[in-house]
Write a protein that binds this ligand. Structure first.
Ligand SMILES: [Zn+2]
Length: 347
């Protein structure tokens, strides 16, 4: 009888500790019932803890914003390949995930926090950890993120405390990839140039139109993308992405505009110019998946849909990473015919 009581107490103690450990890793998004998002300092603290709980991650600063906030980068690598040279030597694909370039559109941050916890704390997603090197920017537009209000994006269904579209100097970072006026962008470009990621995700939320799709996407596959990579997108990545995300319950569609702003006149797709992330990466011969979740869907749905996109892109790199690296290399080599011996463009 006594040992039965002891066993029972021990069991409930273990259960309590397990629940405590679980709660301890809950994000602000989860604690709030999926309606709020973490502040800059809560996010920073969470990423620091993630980096401290494993040997496979390194958390560093890639630049400082005009208001003095650090722009952070988490590198996750099973081989501890924490530098571009080590990553290149490993032969594994490098996936860059940018969250909060428009910081009111912040699903990617909450999605990657849960994804990373599952991978680094709970021991899930082992094949992704094994085969992919992750570069994750938790929040890119850090000052805009802290100019938080419930009214910053008035038609958007959450989070409760959403950030502002532009930086503290009123620059739109996703129009700044080529002119690089913002110090934040100059830090990003330096990091991208040194790491040369093989594949990029840029997480956003749409700005208005209503439709049934939870996730829309921008993917360069017209004349502004190297033909071999455009083919890879069209024939290989896009079908894989749509099949996996839709089978998880999230309808997908290309991110389109309306002809003359009138839906009855038809839909428009376009080639993105390099001032946008996807156009800029295309000019560097890299696929950048622009993720645009539908602003009128509840925040909870948008975060979990974004998480599925992140996991699917990483899974694609597990299965096809070697091919992606090879096609990237081919496209890079193809450029060389247009360069003179001095490395400058031939005229
Ligand atoms: Zn955006």
């Amino acid at each position: 009888m006594t040992s039965g009581i002891l066993r029972g107490s021990l069991f409930s103690l273990i259960l309590t500790l397990a629940l405590f450990a679980q709660n301890n890793w809950q994000t602000e998004f989860e604690k709030s019932g999926f309606v709020a998002t973490s502040t800059y300092s809560q996010t920073d603290e969470y990423f620091s803890r993630l980096a401290n709980v494993t040997n496979f991650a390194q958390y560093s600063t890639i630049g400082v914003s005009p208001q003095g906030r650090d722009i952070k980068l988490l590198v996750v690598s099973k081989d501890k390949a924490f530098t571009p040279a080590e990553a290149a030597k490993s032969g594994k694909p490098v996936l860059l995930i940018i969250n909060g370039i428009h910081s009111g559109e912040i699903e990617g941050k909450d999605a990657t926090m849960m994804f990373l916890r599952e991978m680094l704390v709970d021991g899930k997603h082992t094949e992704l950890l094994e085969n992919v090197i992750f570069l994750i920017v938790p929040i890119f537009s850090v000052d805009g993120h802290e100019r938080a209000s419930s009214y910053n994006r008035i038609n958007q269904d959450g989070p409760l405390n959403m950030g502002w579209r532009t930086t503290a100097r009123n620059l739109n970072l996703n129009r700044d990839w080529t002119k690089a006026d913002a110090p934040e962008m100059r830090s990003m470009l330096k990091m991208v140039s040194s790491w040369q990621p093989d594949f990029v995700l840029d997480n956003h939320t749409t700005n208005g139109a209503d439709y049934q799709y939870t996730v829309t996407y921008g993917l360069e596959r017209f004349g502004n993308m190297a033909p071999n990579i455009a083919k890879l997108v069209e024939k290989s990545f896009l079908p894989f992405l749509i099949e996996n995300v839709e089978s998880a319950g999230w309808l997908m569609s290309p991110y389109v505009g309306f002809k003359n702003d009138k839906v009855e006149q038809g839909l428009l797709e376009w080639a993105s110019v390099p001032r946008f992330s996807n156009g800029y990466m295309a000019s560097r011969n890299r696929i950048c998946l622009l993720v645009e979740t539908h602003m009128m869907k509840p925040y909870k749905e948008r975060v979990f849909a974004t998480k599925k996109v992140v996991e699917t892109a990483a899974k694609y790199l597990v299965l096809s990473g070697k091919m992606v690296i090879e096609e990237n290399r081919k496209a890079d080599n193809n450029i060389k015919q247009y360069l003179g011996k001095d490395g400058k463009w031939l005229r």
